[in-house]
Write a protein that binds this ligand. Structure first.
Ligand code: 5AD
Ligand code: SF4
Length: 458
């Protein structure tokens, strides 16, 4: 048995890839003797896994470090030491600046160095000035992280298959913080998926900043595409559902589109950012697609899978965006009709080309545009949810709900679904009828009554 090293608290900011990385760090540190705790007040090691995508996200880290400083001082008075580590994209982008701005930090570790975390932490006691590891090593960090534990886990899991991005959209920090595109080899992914399934996972979401550009080593021949990888994963019998995110319109290949019409395990939900509706803005963003190309792509996807629910990311107030150009974004949203969307005010990120562009849009203008856009997007989401009432579909129940006797799961279109049912249904795909729709979730009844469904699940 590994000797207990202390209690670990990880706080995750940002995207699903950070959620995945935090899980892997937690598992590796559990192997090294750390036990997780859900409050920083009693943690010997605190890791902030950070996000640098917008200014607000990065600033949150510093306010959290302010809180942690107080906790560390209070713990010191009681004779306990606290090691504080900053991981993730702020660590990568700001490195030494973090130690200068927040001396309470003991360790700064970039996303490519998580497999060295244990060693780095054990060195923190000896180095007074803090330790920084933000290299981009040649080697694959995943190869050096311990295999996923077989202890039972929740029915839905993330699995990172690709990291980094070569697209260099002019507003985005990802190519700088996560590095160039890298795809994990097929065999490593399949092995990890099989372990997850053995631990009770029934749905896997493949993750990558540019997941549909996946081209992993697959053995003898050419690298495998994402469609090939999805087909292989669909052969794992107990794996019931597959999803992937985030996709770039340029990498939506014909085989991947076709797969949506062929593979039942592949869910009819696609997150496909378009960012802006004007071709001038798209070119200035270096998006590598036009408005028409995106709309054409949506048509082709809907031919392959008519019930595909689409989600997107949109930025308002990119430098130079005029009222007319913003109106093109609104028009585009009306044309596509999204089931869900994320929208943001442009945030100038240090070191990106867009931060240095002239004609930065005033914050009041950005706020007004964002509000107008969000009213439209919320109405579309509510309309999509309402259109599901009366339909039947399978739900993968994931956890108990807030109310006793209630379960929460996901529809094929990624909506949260609440229904009354026995806890033994968690981890099963159950047919439900949708009775009601709210802005963010659906209410459902289990078809044939909860009792027979329990028997079916056993
Ligand atoms: N400002 C605002 N939004 C941004 N995003 C990425 N960079 C910025 C930025 N500088 C948004 C994009 C991307 C999502 C993850 O975050 O819409 O798709
Ligand atoms: Fe960033 Fe996505 Fe553009 Fe890559 S494709 S640079 S991750 S917005």
């Amino acid at each position: 048995m590994t000797k207990a090293k202390g209690k670990l608290f990880i706080k995750t900011f940002g995207c699903q890839m950070n959620v995945y990385d935090s899980e892997r760090m937690g598992e590796a540190l559990a192997g090294a003797g750390y036990v997780s705790t859900d409050s920083p007040e009693n943690a010997d090691l605190v890791i902030l896994n950070t996000c640098h995508i917008r200014e607000k996200a990065a600033e949150k880290v510093y306010s959290e470090l302010g809180r942690l400083k107080k906790i560390k001082t209070a713990r010191e008075k009681e004779g306990h030491g606290t090691t504080i580590a900053v991981a993730g994209c702020v660590a990568q982008a700001e490195g030494r600046e973090i130690l200068a701005r927040a001396p309470v930090v003991d360790l700064v570790v970039g996303p490519q160095s998580y497999h060295r975390m244990g060693d780095l932490i054990s060195r923190t006691g000896q180095e007074r000035d803090g330790i920084i590891d933000i290299d981009f090593p040649e080697d694959d960090k995943f190869k050096h992280l311990p295999a996923r534990p077989s202890a039972s886990r929740a029915p839905s899991a993330f699995l990172t298959v690709q990291e980094g991005c070569d697209k260099f959209c002019t507003f985005c920090v990802v190519p700088y913080t996560r590095g160039i595109e890298y795809s994990r080899p097929v065999c490593e992914i399949i092995e990890e998926a099989e372990r997850l399934v053995q631990a009770g996972v029934r749905e896997i979401t493949l993750l990558g900043q540019n997941v549909n550009a996946y081209h992993g080593e697959g053995g003898k021949s050419e690298p495998w595409s994402l469609a090939q990888l999805l087909r292989a994963l669909a052969e794992i019998p107990e794996l019931l559902r597959l999803r992937y995110t985030t996709s770039h319109p340029r990498d939506m290949s014909e085989d991947l589109i076709a797969l949506h019409g062929q593979e039942e395990k592949l869910m009819p939900y696609l997150h496909l950012p378009f960012q802006a509706g004007s071709d001038r803005v798209l070119a200035a963003m270096n998006r590598k697609h036009t408005r028409e190309e995106y709309l054409e792509l949506v048509k082709r996807i809907r031919i392959a899978r008519p019930d595909m629910a689409l989600s997107t990311d949109i930025i308002v107030g990119f430098p130079g965006e005029s009222d007319d150009e913003f109106a093109r974004t609104m028009e585009m949203v009306r044309q596509v009709e999204f089931a869900q969307a994320y929208s943001f005010k442009f945030s100038a990120r240090p070191g990106t080309p867009a931060a240095a562009m002239e004609d930065q849009v005033a914050d009041e203008v950005k706020s007004a545009r964002l509000q107008e856009l969000q009213v439209l997007l919320s109405a579309q989401q509510a309309a999509f949810n309402a259109s599901c009432v009366g339909r039947r579909f399978s739900v993968l129940f994931e956890r108990p709900g807030r109310r006793t006797g209630q379960l929460v799961g996901r529809s094929p279109y990624l909506q949260a679904v609440h229904a009354d049912g026995h806890e033994s249904l968690i981890g099963s795909m159950i047919e439900v009828e949708i009775l009601g729709a709210g802005p963010n979730s659906l209410e459902a009844d289990i078809v044939n009554g909860a009792k027979s469904a329990v028997i079916a699940a056993e």
